[in-house]
Design a protein around this ligand. Sequence first.
Ligand SMILES: NC(=O)c1ccc[n+]([C@@H]2O[C@H](COP(=O)([O-])OP(=O)(O)OC[C@H]3O[C@@H](n4cnc5c(N)ncnc54)[C@H](OP(=O)(O)O)[C@@H]3O)[C@@H](O)[C@H]2O)c1
Length: 243
Amino acid sequence: MNRWCGKVAAVTGASAGIGAAIARSLVQKGMIVVGLARRKEKMEKELECVKDKGTFIARKLDITDECAIIHTFEWIKKEFGGVNVLVNNAGIAIPGQILDVETAIWKQTIDVNVLGTLRCTREAVKILKETCEEGHIININSVLGHRIPRTGNAFPLNVYPSTKFAITALTQTLEDELRGSRIKISSISPGLVKTEIFDFDKDVSGWPYLESEDIADAVVYALGTHPRVQLSDIMIRPVGEAF
Ligand SMILES: NC(=O)c1ccc[n+]([C@@H]2O[C@H](COP(=O)([O-])OP(=O)(O)OC[C@H]3O[C@@H](n4cnc5c(N)ncnc54)[C@H](OP(=O)(O)O)[C@@H]3O)[C@@H](O)[C@H]2O)c1
């Protein structure tokens, strides 16, 4: 991990949950972390207690806005000279049955979870290829990107697992495209994590869960692997998770 000290990481969805924990960990490891989310003030508040050798900069960004993404990554390059690590963490889950919800809900989920990841990855890789620096793209996937629990409609997951299966596929496709470069790509697939994304009083009440810091630990581990190591996917689940 020491080799990333003083290097630049962009973390999407750093205003809450897993993204905020990842941003905190990377700052503690000495990285310059640019947090990207729509709620800039919340990002600043989430990170205000981190007093360590790294730096945190909050930047407002909606990852469904392609022009804003291009502009943001140009700004990162101008301000910090490049970007080494991108953590594609921002994501949404809108519960419902696929056949019952409006097309707009399908589109919104795919736009954030899949297209947002693709757009940010393309801009980060463009910079990495210009600067010829070592890079690592980490996609926050899900166990639902590998298999679908049969809950008998108790917890209707809508198109969320479909978007995460897309993350599995695009991570593997990009690994192939990036062969021969100094850029690694990995997916981290958590089981249930206690954040705002699911309703812990209703939908998943009583289920075993992880804390966001458990996922941040996995990101630090992935980054710390030797340059020769291609870490394709880490699946990390709470003990006792049923599916
Ligand atoms: N919690 C779990 O059980 C679990 C399990 C497996 C995988 N995951 C994955 O982990 C990632 C983080 O989820 P979480 O549980 O930490 O959820 P969360 O607490 O709801 O946080 C989601 C984050 O995504 C950001 N975001 C949403 N839409 C955005 C947009 N259009 N542009 C920019 N940022 C956007 C939010 O920031 P703003 O609202 O400020 O924009 C927020 O920071 C997601 O990819 C999720 O699928 C979560």
